[in-house]
Ligand binder design. Structure first.
Ligand code: AGP
Length: 611
């Protein structure tokens, strides 16, 4: 996934573009570049590596001009070097393009262009777009972009500037997000809202197929059919400070600490501070179908898929509706049997994950009901799903999802309880009891965070910090926590980590247990607690180094551990909300002790908007 930002106005474009790229760097950081028009002179600067390299190249050697585009890259086609960095130019150097997405038919188009004598400079699919636009240009840049979009296949958001166009830039979106910012005598284009929030709060979320032409004082939009269209201008409410570190060394640590208030605010929003009433206004479009539902298919990726496993256990536990959980990348290419009593529930923090977007569209094409549990309002999934339940976690910048995950868990708990009430499986009094138990969770999360020093001291021990492999195991709700804890540690420390259902140990994984293998056991008190203790005894007997996530006061469990992170005792259905905290902190402190780039781990991006 890459980040795009464009500016047309009267200020110094380079500085505005750099500020935007700094806010976009979480989307990809293999390379960065910009193209700036100074009158009729188009200049390009790009560097491989982090944005700091580009900033360094501009120090004392800046690019004058008040119109330009910038890009930060997560490489899909072509290695992450300076040649492959965006922007890419047409053969005559007059057209510059930045792009987020994948041109699926790039190789065919490249061969066709090469047959016309075009000599490619890079190994990217994006350069094909620059040459296509040049091929189609006959005096009207938006028209040339439209023809290019019709010929190129795949998901893409692009922004184009050209010499001799008198201060205009053109943007287009299909399958990747792109927004327009309306300033005072200046216009912006960007991959997301926080990128331009310091300059304007008035935004337009471009729709699929839209092509916009921006000058400093006007915005013209054509829809997918090429007809002029007026899009809704939205006044954005959240503030740009929310997307800053606020004194924490990393966004991830800040976002871990935000979780109790995020979950508390969400519960208050949807269920108040007392009683058994739940109000999920986003679900109103589904209400008349909720009662006839006889199956739910949860579809998601990564951490959101782990939340989906918890969601399955919650919905089946409370509402007694059968639930399947699918990885979006499998679901979208599978030949699934869905009928009109099936609800497809998409879980996604960004609302832009390519596989989840296409899974939703596939479900809608077969006329199934789709509900999104999503954080980013205005995102593709939030706008296209039949209904949306917002997690209200605020911007999550750290690539490793933390508050995005726990806010999904609390939203799933509220959804499951609401469904149970609507299906008369739980009465108002029972709902009140369960909601009061859920309302107590944020304080317990706060207590887990207050115990961070014990986690940090443990994470710094060489037996864990320097481990080459590790394993996380759990049962029931603890199984999902084990999967999520494994992913957290894996993606930011680069240690090879596996998450397993503890009951599976004897079916193979226990062969890996030695005194060099840390095994993190989710062993909070629940119906399968004694089974977990048996697993831990078997691991201990073989020399495994056990870190236990154990309920306060559970001395039997603690005795089996080399190190233990205590969490307050809570009802099993809500235990993943507590277990997540020490698991996130453990991953964070191990990665930090290893000197990893915690907020921007190698090879990853915050939202995977390409397959
Ligand atoms: C989680 O820490 C990862 N960053 C990743 O697995 C993420 O959860 C996944 O890409 C799904 O993203 P989404 O929730 O924005 O759809």
């Amino acid at each position: 996934m890459c980040g795009i930002v464009g500016y047309a106005g009267s200020a110094y474009a380079q500085d505005i573009i750099l500020d935007g790229l700094k806010r976009l760097e979480y989307r990809g950081y293999d390379s960065a570049g910009m193209a700036v028009l100074d009158g009729d002179r188009l200049q390009v600067r790009k560097r491989a590596g982090k944005l700091a390299r580009l900033v360094e190249s501009l120090t004392g050697n800046s690019l004058p001009g008040s119109l330009g585009v910038g890009h930060t890259r997560w490489a899909t086609h072509g290695e992450p070097n300076e040649t492959n960095a965006h922007p890419h130019l047409s053969a005559d150097g007059r057209i510059a393009v930045v792009h987020n997405g994948i041109v699926e038919n790039a190789s065919q188009l490249r061969h066709s262009l090469e047959a016309e004598g075009i000599v490619f400079r890079s190994g990217t699919d994006t350069e094909v777009l620059a040459h296509l636009i040049a091929r189609h240009y006959a005096g009207n840049l938006p028209e040339a972009v439209a023809r290019c979009m019709r010929e190129a296949e795949g998901a893409m958001a692009i922004c184009v500037v050209m010499q001799g166009q008198g201060g205009l830039m053109v943007g287009a979106r299909r399958g990747s997000p792109l927004i327009v910012g309306l300033g005072d005598g200046e216009m912006f284009i960007a991959s997301d809202v926080p990128t331009i929030l310091s300059r304007t709060r008035r935004v337009i979320y471009l729709e699929e197929g839209d092509i916009c032409t921006l000058r400093r004082d006007r915005c013209d939009i054509l829809d997918a059919a090429g007809a002029p269209v007026e899009r809704l201008v939205v006044e954005v409410t959240f503030d740009s400070a929310a997307a800053e570190k606020e004194g924490y060394p990393h966004f991830m640590l800040k976002e871990i600490h935000q979780q109790p208030s995020v979950v508390s605010h969400q519960i208050l929003t949807y269920a108040g501070d007392r009683g058994g009433h739940i109000s999920l206004p986003g679900l109103i479009p589904l209400y008349e179908r909720m009662e006839s539902l006889n199956r739910i298919v949860i579809v998601a990726c990564g951490t959101a898929w782990h939340a989906g496993i918890v969601g399955k256990y919650l919905i089946e536990r409370f509402a007694r509706v059968p639930v399947e959980v699918e990885m979006a990348s499998e679901f979208r290419y599978g030949d699934r049997v869905l009928d009109d009593r099936t609800l497809v529930l998409l879980i996604t923090q960004s609302g832009e994950t390519a596989d989840t977007v296409e899974a939703m569209r596939m479900a809608k094409r077969s006329a199934r009901c789709t509900l999104a549990i999503v954080n980013v309002e205005g995102s593709t999934i939030a706008r296209e799903a039949d209904a949306a339940l917002f997690t209200h976690a605020g911007p999550e910048v750290g690539v490793a999802s933390t508050k995005g995950y726990t806010s999904q868990l609390s939203a799933l708990a509220l959804f499951a309880l609401d469904l149970a009430g609507k299906r008369n499986v739980l009465c108002e009094e029972e709902l009140c009891v369960w909601l009061d138990r859920l309302r107590a969770i944020p304080d317990m999360m706060e207590r887990c965070i207050s115990r961070r020093d014990a986690v940090r001291n443990c994470a710094r021990k060489p037996v864990y910090r320097d481990a080459l492999h590790a394993m996380f195991i759990g049962r029931g709700f603890g199984y999902a926590s084990a999967l999520e804890g494994a992913l957290k540690l894996k993606e930011i420390s680069y240690i090879h980590v596996e998450g397993y259902a503890a009951g599976e140990m004897k079916h193979g994984p226990i062969a890996l247990v030695t005194d060099a293998l840390p095994v993190i056991c989710i062993a909070t008190r629940d119906a399968v607690h004694s089974k977990m203790l048996s697993n831990m005894q078997e691991i201990k007997a073989r020399g495994g180094q056990i870190i236990g996530i154990v309920s306060d006061g559970d001395t039997a469990g603690a005795e089996l551990c080399n190190d233990v992170f205590f969490v307050p005792e809570c009802p099993a259905p809500f235990s993943p909300l507590l277990a997540a905290i020490p698991l996130q902190l453990f991953a964070y402190y191990v990665a930090d002790a290893l000197g990893r780039d915690v907020d921007q781990p190698r090879n990853l991006a915050k939202s995977v908007t390409v397959e």
